[in-house]
Design a protein. Structure first.
Length: 310
């Protein structure tokens, strides 16, 4: 899947990509250098689909270069998604940003007529521009024939990650939806077998969720919050000091580097490396570590098979 992220300089394009795909926090992203021309990065989203991000610098000379014969095809050919990022905290640049979008849409339409177009009304936590007002401004500049999907986003309040994941999930549903459902069914069976309440598969490198299953029903707001907190908790930079302390106190199994567990009351919290790229976080009420491990081993081959890692 090819996604081009465009917009004026300092709109937040690189920050959004690194927040979503690399789990970088707002603090870690505060001092990024401006993107020079085009930076391409490949990510394996949910360990199921390759996403090629074309992060296009927003300086005037770059925006002009993208539309030249030399770079037109490289940027706009075979695009699945264009995300145009508007810095809603900078009122002075909004009209210019919309004008630049109309110019970039022409080569996009010529080279990738089926590409989906999204406007990210970014840094929306500042509330300097209401989303409805910006949408009206876009409609005043852009022909109604262009179908645009609007999302309000912010890294500060985590909405950028939530909205981008929702966008990607919708796009990939047709191709990998059945595989995700199969994984969720396996996690449900695992929970039943080990008396688990939560099971989350996540990318080992960045601590980003692949899929999960919660025994308790959660409404959307709570599910998004719990997902975010859980992932930050199991992300390696946050997890390592915690594991060291629990090992020091004798709570964790020191013999198994790929299977860490500690107890909180009647619950066993387990973090298991299923593969170099995939780990499992689960909470079980079983008092037998051997039974928990046996249950996980029971479903591990099927999980890795669905993820095409065997």
């Amino acid at each position: 899947m090819k996604i081009i992220m465009m917009g004026l300089n300092n709109a937040g394009k690189t920050s959004i990509a690194k927040n979503v795909f690399e789990n970088k926090t707002f603090k870690e992203l505060k001092n990024l250098s401006p993107t020079q021309f085009i930076e391409t990065r490949q990510y394996n989203y949910r360990q199921m689909i390759n996403v090629n991000i074309f992060d296009c610098g927003g300086q005037t000379q770059f925006l002009q270069a993208y539309k030249t014969d030399e770079f037109r095809a490289k940027v706009f050919k075979k695009v699945d998604v264009m995300i145009w990022v508007v810095d809603s905290s900078d009122k002075q640049k909004i009209k210019k940003s919309i004008t630049e979008f109309t110019k970039c849409y022409i080569p996009l339409q010529e080279n990738s007529p089926d590409a989906k177009v999204y406007f990210f009304i970014h840094k929306n936590d500042t509330k300097k521009v209401e989303p409805k007002d910006l949408r009206k401004m876009v409609k005043d500049f852009v022909t109604p024939k262009i179908k645009i999907h609007y999302y309000t986003t912010s890294i500060k309040n985590n909405s950028a990650k939530i909205k981008m994941k929702r966008l990607l999930d919708d796009l990939m549903e047709e191709s990998v939806g059945e595989r995700l459902i199969s994984l969720q069914n396996l996690l449900q069976k695992l929970n039943k077998r080990i008396k688990g309440s939560v099971s989350i598969l996540f990318n080992s490198e960045f601590g980003i969720e692949i899929t999960s299953f919660f025994e308790k029903y959660l409404d959307m707001e709570k599910a998004e919050f719990l997902e975010y907190i859980s992932l930050k908790f199991i992300e390696p930079p946050f997890l390592d000091p915690l594991l060291r302390e629990f090992k020091k106190q004798g709570f964790l199994n020191k013999e198994r580097a790929d299977f860490s567990v500690y107890r909180i009351g009647e619950d066993s919290i387990c973090i298991v490396n299923l593969h170099k790229d995939v780990s499992l976080f689960t909470i079980s009420t079983l008092d037998s570590l051997a039974r928990i491990e046996k249950g996980i081993e029971r479903y591990k081959p099927e999980i890795l098979s669905i993820l095409k890692l065997v």
